[in-house]
Design a protein around this ligand. Structure first.
Ligand SMILES: C[S@@+](CC[C@H](N)C(=O)[O-])C[C@H]1O[C@@H](n2cnc3c(N)ncnc32)[C@H](O)[C@@H]1O
Length: 300
Protein backbone atom coordinates (compact mmCIF):
# COMPACT_ATOMS: atom_id res chain seq x y z
CA UNK A 1 0.00 0.00 0.00
CA UNK A 2 2.82 2.36 1.04
CA UNK A 3 4.65 1.54 -2.19
CA UNK A 4 1.54 2.41 -4.20
CA UNK A 5 1.23 5.77 -2.49
CA UNK A 6 4.94 6.43 -3.03
CA UNK A 7 4.59 5.75 -6.79
CA UNK A 8 1.48 7.94 -7.04
CA UNK A 9 3.24 10.81 -5.23
CA UNK A 10 6.32 10.35 -7.46
CA UNK A 11 4.22 10.55 -10.66
CA UNK A 12 2.36 13.63 -9.35
CA UNK A 13 5.65 15.33 -8.47
CA UNK A 14 7.04 14.50 -11.93
CA UNK A 15 3.95 16.06 -13.58
CA UNK A 16 4.28 19.14 -11.40
CA UNK A 17 7.98 19.61 -12.22
CA UNK A 18 7.31 19.11 -15.97
CA UNK A 19 4.49 21.60 -15.89
CA UNK A 20 6.35 24.22 -13.90
CA UNK A 21 9.36 24.13 -16.22
CA UNK A 22 7.27 23.95 -19.42
CA UNK A 23 5.28 26.82 -18.04
CA UNK A 24 8.52 28.73 -17.41
CA UNK A 25 9.36 28.24 -21.11
CA UNK A 26 5.83 29.17 -22.10
CA UNK A 27 5.70 32.33 -20.02
CA UNK A 28 8.75 33.64 -21.88
CA UNK A 29 6.16 34.12 -24.58
CA UNK A 30 5.73 37.81 -23.86
CA UNK A 31 7.62 38.48 -27.13
CA UNK A 32 5.82 40.45 -29.85
CA UNK A 33 3.33 38.44 -31.89
CA UNK A 34 2.58 39.44 -35.49
CA UNK A 35 -0.90 40.77 -34.75
CA UNK A 36 -1.87 41.23 -38.40
CA UNK A 37 -1.10 37.60 -39.20
CA UNK A 38 -2.81 36.50 -36.01
CA UNK A 39 -5.97 38.44 -36.83
CA UNK A 40 -6.09 36.59 -40.12
CA UNK A 41 -6.73 33.29 -38.33
CA UNK A 42 -8.38 31.39 -41.17
CA UNK A 43 -7.64 27.94 -39.77
CA UNK A 44 -10.36 25.40 -39.17
CA UNK A 45 -8.60 22.97 -36.79
CA UNK A 46 -11.09 20.03 -37.04
CA UNK A 47 -10.97 20.28 -40.86
CA UNK A 48 -7.16 20.32 -40.77
CA UNK A 49 -7.15 17.38 -38.35
CA UNK A 50 -9.25 15.18 -40.61
CA UNK A 51 -7.81 16.16 -43.99
CA UNK A 52 -4.06 16.63 -43.69
CA UNK A 53 -2.64 13.10 -43.92
CA UNK A 54 0.02 14.20 -46.43
CA UNK A 55 1.49 16.69 -43.95
CA UNK A 56 1.47 13.98 -41.24
CA UNK A 57 3.24 11.49 -43.50
CA UNK A 58 6.04 14.01 -44.14
CA UNK A 59 6.56 14.66 -40.42
CA UNK A 60 6.35 11.01 -39.42
CA UNK A 61 8.74 9.92 -42.14
CA UNK A 62 11.44 12.37 -41.00
CA UNK A 63 10.82 11.86 -37.27
CA UNK A 64 11.10 8.10 -37.82
CA UNK A 65 14.69 8.53 -39.03
CA UNK A 66 15.95 10.33 -35.91
CA UNK A 67 16.05 9.70 -32.17
CA UNK A 68 16.07 12.35 -29.49
CA UNK A 69 16.10 10.10 -26.44
CA UNK A 70 18.44 12.35 -24.47
CA UNK A 71 16.45 15.49 -25.18
CA UNK A 72 15.15 17.32 -22.13
CA UNK A 73 13.15 19.89 -24.07
CA UNK A 74 11.65 19.84 -27.55
CA UNK A 75 9.92 22.75 -29.30
CA UNK A 76 7.57 22.15 -32.26
CA UNK A 77 7.14 25.38 -34.26
CA UNK A 78 3.81 25.67 -36.11
CA UNK A 79 2.24 22.84 -34.11
CA UNK A 80 -1.19 23.31 -35.71
CA UNK A 81 -3.85 20.87 -34.55
CA UNK A 82 -1.22 19.28 -32.26
CA UNK A 83 -1.27 15.69 -33.52
CA UNK A 84 2.38 15.59 -34.52
CA UNK A 85 3.50 17.40 -31.36
CA UNK A 86 1.48 14.97 -29.23
CA UNK A 87 3.16 12.07 -31.05
CA UNK A 88 6.57 13.53 -30.15
CA UNK A 89 5.53 13.92 -26.50
CA UNK A 90 4.35 10.31 -26.44
CA UNK A 91 7.54 8.99 -28.02
CA UNK A 92 9.76 10.96 -25.60
CA UNK A 93 7.92 10.89 -22.26
CA UNK A 94 10.98 12.16 -20.37
CA UNK A 95 11.19 15.32 -22.50
CA UNK A 96 9.17 18.47 -21.98
CA UNK A 97 7.46 19.22 -25.27
CA UNK A 98 6.14 22.65 -26.24
CA UNK A 99 3.99 23.17 -29.36
CA UNK A 100 4.01 26.79 -30.52
CA UNK A 101 1.61 28.26 -33.06
CA UNK A 102 0.48 31.71 -34.20
CA UNK A 103 -3.16 30.70 -34.55
CA UNK A 104 -5.18 30.98 -31.32
CA UNK A 105 -7.74 28.59 -32.83
CA UNK A 106 -5.10 25.94 -33.49
CA UNK A 107 -3.57 26.35 -30.01
CA UNK A 108 -7.00 26.07 -28.32
CA UNK A 109 -7.87 22.97 -30.36
CA UNK A 110 -4.49 21.30 -29.75
CA UNK A 111 -4.67 21.99 -26.00
CA UNK A 112 -8.19 20.56 -25.81
CA UNK A 113 -7.50 17.51 -27.96
CA UNK A 114 -4.06 16.38 -26.82
CA UNK A 115 -3.30 16.22 -23.14
CA UNK A 116 -0.16 14.79 -21.54
CA UNK A 117 1.87 15.66 -18.47
CA UNK A 118 4.92 16.57 -20.59
CA UNK A 119 3.05 18.57 -23.27
CA UNK A 120 2.00 22.23 -23.53
CA UNK A 121 0.73 24.34 -26.43
CA UNK A 122 1.40 28.07 -26.52
CA UNK A 123 0.67 30.96 -28.85
CA UNK A 124 3.71 32.55 -30.43
CA UNK A 125 5.32 33.74 -33.63
CA UNK A 126 8.10 31.68 -35.23
CA UNK A 127 9.68 34.95 -36.33
CA UNK A 128 9.84 36.33 -32.80
CA UNK A 129 10.76 33.41 -30.56
CA UNK A 130 11.69 34.55 -27.09
CA UNK A 131 13.75 31.47 -26.20
CA UNK A 132 17.52 31.50 -25.75
CA UNK A 133 19.52 28.23 -25.46
CA UNK A 134 16.49 26.38 -24.16
CA UNK A 135 15.72 23.40 -26.39
CA UNK A 136 17.66 20.29 -27.39
CA UNK A 137 15.52 19.85 -30.50
CA UNK A 138 13.34 22.24 -32.51
CA UNK A 139 11.00 20.62 -35.04
CA UNK A 140 8.81 22.35 -37.60
CA UNK A 141 6.54 20.74 -40.15
CA UNK A 142 4.68 22.31 -43.08
CA UNK A 143 5.15 25.78 -41.60
CA UNK A 144 8.39 27.51 -42.68
CA UNK A 145 7.16 28.10 -46.27
CA UNK A 146 4.18 30.05 -44.88
CA UNK A 147 6.25 32.63 -43.04
CA UNK A 148 6.80 36.17 -44.27
CA UNK A 149 10.39 36.01 -43.03
CA UNK A 150 11.54 32.39 -43.02
CA UNK A 151 15.20 33.38 -42.74
CA UNK A 152 14.44 35.33 -39.59
CA UNK A 153 12.56 32.36 -38.11
CA UNK A 154 15.56 30.11 -38.77
CA UNK A 155 17.80 32.55 -36.85
CA UNK A 156 15.28 32.54 -34.01
CA UNK A 157 15.21 28.74 -33.99
CA UNK A 158 19.01 28.69 -33.84
CA UNK A 159 18.90 31.01 -30.84
CA UNK A 160 16.26 28.87 -29.11
CA UNK A 161 18.46 25.76 -29.38
CA UNK A 162 21.05 24.74 -26.84
CA UNK A 163 24.59 24.30 -28.24
CA UNK A 164 24.62 20.86 -29.86
CA UNK A 165 20.85 21.07 -30.43
CA UNK A 166 19.15 19.91 -33.64
CA UNK A 167 16.71 21.59 -35.99
CA UNK A 168 14.51 19.08 -37.84
CA UNK A 169 11.99 20.33 -40.38
CA UNK A 170 10.05 19.46 -43.51
CA UNK A 171 8.00 21.78 -45.72
CA UNK A 172 7.13 22.14 -49.41
CA UNK A 173 9.48 24.31 -51.43
CA UNK A 174 7.93 24.52 -54.84
CA UNK A 175 4.23 25.04 -55.43
CA UNK A 176 2.63 22.81 -58.05
CA UNK A 177 2.32 24.59 -61.41
CA UNK A 178 -0.71 22.45 -62.31
CA UNK A 179 -2.41 23.33 -59.05
CA UNK A 180 -1.61 27.06 -59.42
CA UNK A 181 -3.09 26.96 -62.93
CA UNK A 182 -6.21 25.18 -61.68
CA UNK A 183 -6.74 27.78 -58.93
CA UNK A 184 -6.15 30.62 -61.44
CA UNK A 185 -8.67 29.10 -63.86
CA UNK A 186 -11.33 29.30 -61.13
CA UNK A 187 -10.45 32.43 -59.14
CA UNK A 188 -10.57 34.54 -62.34
CA UNK A 189 -14.17 33.53 -63.09
CA UNK A 190 -16.50 36.51 -62.44
CA UNK A 191 -18.42 34.73 -59.66
CA UNK A 192 -15.19 34.15 -57.70
CA UNK A 193 -12.93 37.01 -58.74
CA UNK A 194 -14.82 39.47 -56.55
CA UNK A 195 -13.62 37.66 -53.39
CA UNK A 196 -9.90 37.79 -54.16
CA UNK A 197 -8.21 41.18 -54.05
CA UNK A 198 -4.88 39.34 -54.38
CA UNK A 199 -5.15 35.73 -55.50
CA UNK A 200 -3.56 32.93 -53.46
CA UNK A 201 -2.37 30.30 -55.89
CA UNK A 202 0.09 28.46 -53.65
CA UNK A 203 2.81 29.56 -56.04
CA UNK A 204 5.72 29.80 -53.61
CA UNK A 205 9.21 28.84 -54.77
CA UNK A 206 12.27 28.40 -52.54
CA UNK A 207 15.49 26.92 -53.82
CA UNK A 208 17.46 24.35 -51.86
CA UNK A 209 20.46 26.67 -52.20
CA UNK A 210 18.59 29.62 -50.64
CA UNK A 211 17.49 27.46 -47.71
CA UNK A 212 21.05 26.20 -47.17
CA UNK A 213 22.20 29.84 -47.18
CA UNK A 214 19.63 30.73 -44.49
CA UNK A 215 20.85 27.81 -42.37
CA UNK A 216 24.52 28.77 -42.89
CA UNK A 217 23.82 32.42 -42.11
CA UNK A 218 22.13 31.42 -38.85
CA UNK A 219 25.25 29.42 -37.88
CA UNK A 220 24.03 25.83 -38.34
CA UNK A 221 26.49 23.03 -39.18
CA UNK A 222 26.12 19.52 -40.62
CA UNK A 223 23.23 20.65 -42.69
CA UNK A 224 21.10 18.14 -44.54
CA UNK A 225 18.62 19.86 -46.84
CA UNK A 226 17.23 17.49 -49.43
CA UNK A 227 14.19 17.94 -51.62
CA UNK A 228 12.02 14.86 -52.06
CA UNK A 229 9.31 14.37 -54.66
CA UNK A 230 6.51 11.88 -54.25
CA UNK A 231 3.27 10.77 -55.82
CA UNK A 232 0.92 11.82 -53.00
CA UNK A 233 -2.21 9.72 -53.18
CA UNK A 234 -5.63 10.83 -51.93
CA UNK A 235 -8.27 8.14 -51.53
CA UNK A 236 -10.99 10.37 -53.02
CA UNK A 237 -11.69 13.66 -54.75
CA UNK A 238 -13.26 14.94 -51.51
CA UNK A 239 -10.13 14.15 -49.47
CA UNK A 240 -8.01 16.02 -52.01
CA UNK A 241 -10.42 18.97 -52.01
CA UNK A 242 -10.45 19.16 -48.22
CA UNK A 243 -6.66 19.07 -47.94
CA UNK A 244 -6.53 22.00 -50.33
CA UNK A 245 -9.33 23.78 -48.52
CA UNK A 246 -7.81 23.25 -45.06
CA UNK A 247 -4.45 24.76 -46.04
CA UNK A 248 -5.55 27.60 -48.34
CA UNK A 249 -4.35 30.94 -46.92
CA UNK A 250 -7.32 32.89 -48.17
CA UNK A 251 -10.17 30.55 -47.33
CA UNK A 252 -11.38 33.25 -44.90
CA UNK A 253 -12.33 35.56 -47.80
CA UNK A 254 -14.89 33.09 -49.18
CA UNK A 255 -18.37 32.92 -47.70
CA UNK A 256 -18.61 29.73 -45.60
CA UNK A 257 -21.41 28.27 -47.73
CA UNK A 258 -19.39 28.77 -50.95
CA UNK A 259 -16.11 27.26 -49.79
CA UNK A 260 -16.72 23.66 -50.85
CA UNK A 261 -18.03 24.80 -54.24
CA UNK A 262 -14.91 26.88 -54.93
CA UNK A 263 -12.48 24.09 -54.06
CA UNK A 264 -14.58 21.44 -55.87
CA UNK A 265 -14.29 23.53 -59.03
CA UNK A 266 -10.51 23.83 -58.58
CA UNK A 267 -10.23 20.06 -58.17
CA UNK A 268 -12.36 19.47 -61.29
CA UNK A 269 -9.96 21.63 -63.35
CA UNK A 270 -6.97 19.79 -61.86
CA UNK A 271 -8.52 16.39 -62.66
CA UNK A 272 -8.94 17.33 -66.31
CA UNK A 273 -5.12 17.29 -66.52
CA UNK A 274 -4.56 14.44 -64.02
CA UNK A 275 -7.60 12.17 -64.06
CA UNK A 276 -8.32 9.86 -61.11
CA UNK A 277 -6.97 6.30 -61.31
CA UNK A 278 -9.16 3.21 -61.68
CA UNK A 279 -9.68 3.08 -57.88
CA UNK A 280 -10.97 6.65 -57.82
CA UNK A 281 -7.79 7.92 -56.17
CA UNK A 282 -6.30 11.32 -56.92
CA UNK A 283 -2.56 11.59 -57.60
CA UNK A 284 -0.68 14.77 -56.74
CA UNK A 285 3.03 14.84 -57.57
CA UNK A 286 4.46 17.09 -54.90
CA UNK A 287 7.62 17.98 -53.02
CA UNK A 288 9.01 18.87 -49.64
CA UNK A 289 12.46 19.66 -48.32
CA UNK A 290 13.77 17.73 -45.34
CA UNK A 291 16.15 19.60 -43.09
CA UNK A 292 18.35 18.38 -40.28
CA UNK A 293 20.86 20.91 -38.96
CA UNK A 294 22.99 21.12 -35.83
CA UNK A 295 23.87 24.14 -33.73
CA UNK A 296 27.59 23.77 -33.03
CA UNK A 297 28.81 23.25 -29.46
CA UNK A 298 31.08 26.25 -29.87
CA UNK A 299 31.70 28.71 -32.68
CA UNK A 300 35.24 28.36 -34.06
C1 LIG B 1 -0.03 23.53 -42.32
S1 LIG B 1 -0.08 23.82 -40.61
C2 LIG B 1 1.07 22.60 -40.01
C3 LIG B 1 0.63 21.99 -38.70
C4 LIG B 1 1.49 20.81 -38.26
N1 LIG B 1 2.87 21.19 -38.03
C5 LIG B 1 1.44 19.70 -39.28
O1 LIG B 1 2.47 19.47 -39.96
O2 LIG B 1 0.40 19.07 -39.43
C6 LIG B 1 0.86 25.31 -40.47
C7 LIG B 1 0.80 25.92 -39.08
O3 LIG B 1 1.75 26.98 -39.02
C8 LIG B 1 1.20 27.99 -38.21
N2 LIG B 1 1.89 29.26 -38.45
C9 LIG B 1 1.80 30.06 -39.54
N3 LIG B 1 2.56 31.16 -39.37
C10 LIG B 1 3.15 31.03 -38.16
C11 LIG B 1 4.06 31.84 -37.41
N4 LIG B 1 4.50 33.02 -37.88
N5 LIG B 1 4.46 31.41 -36.19
C12 LIG B 1 4.01 30.22 -35.70
N6 LIG B 1 3.15 29.43 -36.35
C13 LIG B 1 2.73 29.82 -37.57
C14 LIG B 1 -0.26 28.03 -38.62
O4 LIG B 1 -1.07 28.69 -37.69
C15 LIG B 1 -0.57 26.54 -38.77
O5 LIG B 1 -1.07 26.00 -37.59
Amino acid sequence: MNNNWNSIILVLLQCLVFNISIWAAATDMAAPVDMAARADDFWDPPLYDKSCDMQRRWAQSLLGEYHFHLAERILDVGSGDGLITAGIAKKYPMAEVVGLDLSPKMVAYASRTHKAANLKFVEGDAQALPFVHKFDVVTSFSTIHRLKEPEKAIKQIYRALKPGGKFVAAFPVLGSAIMSEAIAAVDTRPEWQKYFSTPDRKAYAFSEEAIREWLDAAGFLHVKADTKWADEIYESEEKFRDNLRATFNQRGVLPKDKEQEFFSEVVKVYLRKFPKDEKGQVHFYFNRIEIVAVKPLARL
